[in-house]
Design a protein around this ligand. Structure first.
Ligand code: TPP
Ligand code: MG
Length: 729
C-alpha cells in the first residue's frame, strides 16, 4: 500500500495541519509514515515545516534508524488527504482582520516544546478559537467564495442554476438567499431539480437553443454520479454546461468554517471526485481558494464555450466555499472564448473547384445547424452549386430546410447519396457513414471541415479524406460560396446547361421524396397509425415555429421526414447516446425560449418533445413533470408507444440476422414493456394532477386529442400524450 498523499496548497500554516496528520501516523499500529506532497511556491515551505515536524515526530516515537521520510517514504498506510492553507479556509481574507487566526496557530518553534505538549497546546488553542467559528452563523455582511461564485456566473451571462443540494452547500444556500434579497434581477434564477440528470439535461437544452451555458449545482461525488448519461450527452452533443459540485470538508476538528459536522462527510470523501466526469469534460478543476473564484469560473466557461463546446466541471470543498474574501470584480469583456477561423485560402480554392466540377456533390452534416446562421449559408451554397444535396447523419440540429430541393433529411450513415456522390463535403459531423453498411465510392473526393476533425475523445475514428480542417463551418461555407461566385470559370460552369438540368432533376426528386413520405404516413387499414402519420398531424396542427425536442430512437427517420423542419434552431436532438435527455432537454429549451423572448418583450415558442416509450422512462418523468409544474414550463410530450425497446432487436438483426433471437418474441429477447405502464399517468402524478394526460391508439381520435393537448399547452398546462404507434411507418 502506498502512503497517504497530503497536498499543501499553499502552505503558510501547513505545519499545524501536518502535526495533526503526523499524530495520525504515529498512532497507526505499524507506525508508518505519511507522505506529503506540496505544490507551487508553497511546496518548499510546506516541506520544510513538515520535515521539521517529521523529524521531531520520528525522534520522539521511533527507534533509531526508522525515521519517517515525510516526502517519499516507504509507508504503511494509504489514503489521500489535503493540507491547505488556513487562509483558504475562510478566516484570513485580506479584508477581514477580525477573522485572523490567533498567532499561536503558526508553528513558531516546534522544537521548544515536547511533541505532545506542543500538539496539545497548539490544537487546543486553535480549536477553542475556531470550533465556535466553524459553527457560528455568518454575519449578513459576509462575502464568501460561494457568493462571488454566483456573481461570477451572473456577470458571465449565466442566468439559471439548476440545483440539487446537499451537505456540501451551506455557503451556497447562504449565498442564494443573500443574492435573492440583495441582488434582485442581478443574480441567477435557481431551479430546484429533484434529479441531477434532469437538471443537467435542462441546462443542456437551454444551451443548445441559445448557445449560452447555464450552471448545474450538485452534491459531491454522489450528485456528480447522478448526472449520469447527461454528461455524456452534453460532451458528445457539444452543449456547453458548467457543472459545480461541493467536496467533503477537508478538516474535521472545527479548524475552519465549513469543517466536518456530519457523518456523511467521511463517507463521501473520495480520492479524486473530478475523475468521475473528467473524460467527458472540456475542463475539470478544484477551486482551492476564493481569491480567484471568478477567474476560475470564467476559465471554465471559456473552455465550455470554445469549440468543440461541452461540459466543464468545478468542485470546491466546504471550507473553500465558506471562505470570506474581499469583494472583487474582473473585466468580463476580457474573457471571451477562443474563436476559430475559416479555411486557408488554398483549401477554399481546392474545395470550391471540386464542388463546382462535381456531378453528384453532397454535403454530410450533423451539428452544423447549431449555429443558426449555417442553414441559410448552406442554402446559399446549394443555390450556387446547383445539384448539391445535404444529408444529415446526426439529426442533432436543423441543418438544412426541408423545403429546399437539396434536402435529403436524416439517415444514420446509410443512404444512396453517400454511395453515389463524387465529391463529399463533411461538415461538423461525427458519423458521416457506417462502413459496414454504406461507403462512398472509391474515387469520391472527401473533404472534412469540423471544429473537432480528429474527434479527440474517440479512440477509433477515421474517414479517408483528401484533407481535413479544424475550422468554423459558417466561415468556411461562406468562403466557399464567395469563392465560387467570384471565380469566372467556375461561375460559367455552374451557369451552364448541365447545371440547369441537375437543378430540375433535383426538384423533381425532392417532390417525389415528399410524395413518398406522405404516402407512407397514411393510417393503417385497421385504424391504427404509425409515427409518420402522427408527426405529419403534429406538423399540421402545431404552430409553424414550434421547436421539436426529439429523442425518437428507431423512429427518428419517420419523425424527421414528417416534421420537415425549416426554421434554424427548430429541431433539437440529443446528439449523444444517453437516453433520457429530452425530458429535461425540452424543459430547458422552453425555459430558454421564454426567457430570451421575455428579454425582448415577446413570448416563448411552443415546444414539443417526441420521445420513445423506453426513453421516456429513462428521462425520469417523476422529476420532469414536477419541475414543469413548479416553474410553469408548459411543453407537449408525445410518447411513441411501441410497447418497449425496438432498438435492441434492430441491433441484434444487424449482427445475427438469422440467429435464435431473430425468430424470438419481444418477451423472449427481453425488450417488451408488457404490462404497458400508464405513461401519461406518471406525469400527472408528478405534477400533482395538473397535466393534460391522454392516450390515443386510433387514427380517428388522433386529431381531436392533439388539438385539445395543444390548446392545453398554449393555455399554460403541460400535456402528455401516450400514442400507440405501429412499427415501421
Ligand atoms: C442510458 C441508456 N441506457 C441504455 C441504452 C441502450 N438503448 C439504446 S436504444 C434503447 C431502447 C430505446 O427504447 P425506446 O425509447 O422505446 O425506442 P425504440 O427502440 O422503441 O424506438 C436502449 C435501451 C442507451 N442508449 N442509453
Ligand atoms: Mg419503444
Amino acid at each position: 500500500m502506498s502512503p497517504p498523499l497530503l497536498r499543501a496548497t499553499p502552505p503558510r500554516t501547513t505545519a499545524v495541519r501536518a502535526i495533526g496528520v503526523l499524530e495520525g501516523a504515529r498512532t497507526r499500529p505499524a507506525r508508518g509514515a505519511v507522505r506529503i506532497a506540496a505544490t507551487g511556491a508553497g511546496a518548499v515551505a510546506a516541506r520544510r515545516n513538515t520535515a521539521q515536524v517529521a523529524s521531531f515526530s520520528s525522534a520522539a516515537s521511533r527507534p533509531r534508524g526508522e525515521a519517517a521520510d515525510i516526502i517519499y517514504p516507504s509507508c504503511s498506510a494509504v489514503g489521500e488527504g489535503h493540507i491547505r492553507n488556513s487562509d483558504s479556509a475562510g478566516f484570513l481574507g485580506p479584508g477581514s482582520p477580525s477573522r485572523r487566526l490567533p498567532k499561536q496557530t503558526v508553528l513558531a518553534n516546534p522544537f521548544g516544546l515536547s511533541w505532545r505538549k506542543h500538539l496539545k497546546s497548539s490544537l487546543e488553542k486553535q480549536n477553542t478559537a475556531l470550533l465556535s467559528r466553524s459553527l457560528s452563523t455568518a454575519s449578513p455582511k459576509m462575502y464568501t467564495t460561494s457568493f462571488a461564485f454566483f456573481e461570477a456566473l451572473w456577470d458571465a451571462g449565466v442566468t439559471h442554476c439548476f440545483v440539487n443540494l446537499g451537505s456540501d452547500h451551506p455557503s451556497i444556500i447562504e449565498a442564494m438567499v443573500k443574492g435573492a434579497r440583495e441582488k434582485k434581477d442581478r443574480f441567477p434564477r435557481i431551479i430546484t431539480c429533484p434529479n441531477e440528470m434532469v437538471a443537467m439535461s435542462m441546462a443542456d437544452g437551454y444551451a443548445r437553443l441559445t448557445g449560452k451555458p447555464q450552471c448545474v449545482i450538485v452534491h459531491v461525488d454522489v450528485g456528480t454520479q447522478g448526472l449520469g448519461a447527461a454528461v455524456h450527452n452534453s460532451g458528445t452533443g457539444r452543449a456547453p454546461v458548467l457543472l459545480f459540485a461541493g467536496l467533503s470538508p477537508f478538516t474535521q476538528e472545527g479548524e475552519m468554517r465549513g469543517s466536518r459536522t456530519e457523518f456523511i462527510h467521511w463517507v463521501q470523501d473520495v480520492p479524486d471526485q473530478k475523475q468521475i466526469v473528467a473524460q467527458y469534460c472540456r475542463y475539470v478543476a478544484e477551486l482551492k481558494t476564493g481569491h480567484n473564484v471568478k477567474q476560475m469560473v470564467n476559465r471554465a466557461l471559456q473552455f465550455a464555450k470554445s469549440d468543440p463546446q461541452g461540459p466543464v466541471y468545478l468542485c470546491g470543498a466546504r471550507e473553500v466555499m465558506e471562505m470570506d474574501i474581499e469583494p472583487y470584480e474582473i473585466r468580463q469583456d476580457k474573457w471571451k472564448p477562443v474563436q476559430l477561423g475559416g479555411l486557408p485560402s488554398s483549401a477554399a480554392e481546392e474545395i470550391a473547384e471540386a464542388l463546382a466540377n462535381a456531378k453528384e456533390p453532397l454535403v454530410i452534416t450533423g451539428y452544423a445547424g447549431r449555429n443558426h446562421a449555417v442553414p441559410p449559408a448552406l442554402v446559399e451554397l446549394a443555390n450556387t452549386v446547383k445539384g448539391l444535396r445535404v444529408l444529415d447523419t446526426g439529426g442533432s440540429d436543423m441543418c438544412f430546410p426541408a423545403d429546399h430541393p437539396g434536402w435529403i433529411g436524416v439517415r444514420y450513415g446509410n443512404e444512396d447519396s453517400i454511395r453515389n456522390a463524387d465529391v463529399i463535403l463533411v461538415l461538423d459531423c461525427d458519423v458521416p457513414w457506417i462502413p459496414t453498411q454504406c461507403k462512398p465510392r472509391q474515387d469520391a473526393k472527401v473533404f472534412h471541415i469540423d471544429v473537432d476533425p480528429l474527434k479527440q475523445i474517440m479512440p477509433l475514428f477515421y474517414i479517408e479524406a483528401e484533407s481535413r480542417y479544424r475550422a468554423d463551418v459558417l466561415t468556411s461555407v461562406e468562403q466557399l460560396t464567395a469563392r465560387i461566385k467570384s471565380d469566372e470559370s467556375l461561375k460559367a460552369k455552374l451557369a451552364g446547361e448541365e447545371s440547369e438540368k441537375r437543378w430540375k432533376a433535383l426538384e423533381s426528386s425532392h417532390k417525389e421524396r415528399l410524395e413518398r413520405i406522405a404516402a407512407a404516413a397514411q393510417p393503417l387499414e385497421n385504424g391504427e397509425f404509425g409515427t409518420g402519420h402522427l408527426c405529419a398531424k403534429l406538423r399540421e396542427l402545431c404552430p409553424e415555429d414550434t421547436i421539436w425536442a426529439v429523442e425518437a430512437v428507431t423512429n427518428t427517420g419517420f419523425v424527421h421526414d414528417n416534421i420537415q423542419a425549416k426554421i434554424p434552431g427548430s429541431w433539437i436532438n440529443c446528439g449523444g447516446g444517453g437516453l433520457g435527455w429530452s425530458g429535461g432537454g425540452a424543459l430547458g429549451i422552453k425555459l430558454a425560449s421564454d426567457h430570451e423572448a421575455q428579454l425582448k418583450g415577446g413570448k416563448g415558442k411552443f415546444v414539443v418533445q417526441i420521445v420513445g416509450d423506453g426513453t421516456y422512462l429513462f428521462s425520469v418523468p417523476g422529476s420532469v413533470y414536477w419541475i414543469s409544474k413548479r416553474y410553469n414550463i408548459p411543453v407537449l410530450t408525445i410518447i411513441l408507444n411501441n410497447k418497449g425497446w425496438n432498438a435492441p432487436r434492430k441491433s441484434l438483426l444487424l449482427v445475427h440476422p438469422d440467429g435464435l433471437g431473430s425468430k424470438a418474441t419481444n418477451e423472449e429477447i427481453n425488450i417488451s414493456f408488457d404490462p404497458v405502464p400508464d405513461y401519461a399517468g406518471i406525469a400527472k402524478a408528478a405534477a400533482g394532477g395538473d397535466v393534460f394526460a391522454a392516450r390515443v391508439d386510433k387514427a380517428g381520435e388522433l386529431e381531436g386529442v392533439l388539438k385539445k393537448a395543444i390548446e392545453a399547452v398554449q393555455g399554460g398546462q403541460t400535456a402528455v400524450l401516450d400514442c400507440k404507434v405501429a412499427l415501421g411507418c
